[in-house]
Design a protein. Structure first.
Length: 402
């Protein structure tokens, strides 16, 4: 939980200005979505190495290394912004994705030793702990810019500098404090012999095989992939939409903070509902909330408005429901030995889909507008509903055949 506070602060501080850096420093609106996409893609590509490290050495090494990579990436982004080297900025923000990868996989560390009936609450509490840092991060954009200016650095590089410091702190907390390791402890408790874990190869293949063999796992995977893609695609272009209407960086930071509060602040409620009411009803509720969010955001005018702020809050809230319930369902649906591989594969696919959506977001907004982007995101939300209906249709078909 302590590392999540630091990780949330570091990543959200940098995310708040990523697209604006490209617009203001590099003068390229059409490339503004690529910075966020690089960060999301980096998180996706680092998900499997993090999972492989967890399989071989435990959660402490997997999470600690990826947090450290995020800190290095933030430092590279500072240098790239100062020198105005766009490819270097993409490299830095891709490595910054290590902070996101670690934050996402930390939620699964909470389930390693949790009883089946309490997994949703355990997972959601770790997700919730991100709130403190994640909400504060975007609001540090102004002070971080002043700090950077006092150091003779481009003001918009300030949030990246803050990110480097706090992500490094998150790595230190994990590497020194996560003892005993929850994944290794769970394996020892589940093993009659108590032998140390055996290193496994083909982690991605093992994860994908386990997912496709279970319809509930497919639903869980579809939910987290679609929910995350919708959230990232809309969120990444919101600062640009507001900038075009004359909104200041402080106002943009406030709106992103409201969005991040929606993502994390009520996650324990989502975890409690997932355990008490069921995973699937919470997933359906999350889909409906996301539909409401894109309707509000997509009809908001440029600049700042109450509708846009409410839409961004609901965007985070719907993401929270889908992420908590979908991740818990995915964990429930596979055996203990397969879980780290399944969880890594899920985060990889989730990140790749979101990275693609973020990359296309700038093109869609530049060509058709922010409203069309939100409408396109709404179409994606049909996928989890279809994944819910397929098992029911198969069951009905089998019943009629019998």
């Amino acid at each position: 939980m302590a590392s999540q506070v630091a990780g949330g602060l570091g990543v959200s501080a940098a995310i708040a200005v990523g697209a604006v850096v490209v617009t203001e420093v590099f003068g390229r609106d059409d490339l503004s979505g690529l910075v966020q996409s690089a960060q999301v893609l980096g998180a996706a590509l680092l998900a499997m190495p993090a999972a492989s490290l967890a399989v071989s050495y435990g959660r402490r090494v997997g999470l600690g290394v990826t947090y450290a990579l995020g800190a290095v990436g933030a430092l590279i982004a500072v240098v790239a912004t100062e020198l105005q080297v766009f490819p270097l900025l993409l490299l830095g923000t891709a490595l910054l994705g290590g902070g996101t990868a670690a934050g996402l996989q930390a939620r699964y560390a909470a389930t390693d030793l949790a009883p089946a009936g309490g997994r949703g609450r355990a997972l959601s509490v770790v997700v919730w702990s991100t709130t403190v840092g994640a909400v504060a991060g975007p609001n540090l954009a102004g002070p971080a810019g002043d700090l950077a200016s006092s150091m003779g650095i481009e003001p918009l590089a300030g949030p990246f500098l803050v990110g480097a410091v706090v992500l490094g702190l998150g790595a230190l907390v994990i590497l020194t404090g996560l003892r005993p390791d929850p994944l290794l402890t769970a394996r020892q408790l589940g093993s009659a012999s108590g032998d140390p874990p055996v290193r496994r190869r083909g982690v991605l293949r093992a994860g994908w095989t386990a997912i496709t063999a279970s319809p509930p796992a497919v639903l869980g995977l579809t939910t987290v992939v679609v929910g995350h893609t919708v959230m990232v695609t809309v969120m990444v272009m919101t600062p640009v939409h507001m900038t075009h209407g004359g909104a200041s960086i402080s106002v943009i930071g406030f709106v992103i903070s409201v969005h991040v509060a929606g993502m994390y602040a009520l996650s324990p409620v989502m975890g409690w509902l997932a355990d008490r009411v069921g995973r699937v009803p919470v997933i359906l509720g999350g889909v409906l909330i996301l539909l409401a969010s894109v309707a509000l955001a997509g009809t908001a005018h440029e600049g700042h408005s109450a509708g846009l702020t409410a839409g961004l809050f609901l965007l985070g809230l719907g993401w929270s429901a889908c992420m908590v319930a979908g991740s818990t369902l995915l964990t429930d649906a596979v055996g203990g030995d397969d879980r780290p591989a399944v969880q890594g594969a899920s985060d990889l696919l989730m990140g790749l889909a979101a990275a693609g959506g973020g990359a296309l977001a700038g093109i869609v907004v530049g060509t058709f507008g922010y409203g069309v982007l939100n409408a396109s995101a709404a179409v994606l939300l049909a996928a989890p509903v279809i994944a819910m209906l397929i098992p029911a249709c198969r069951s009905l078909s089998n019943t009629r055949s019998a």
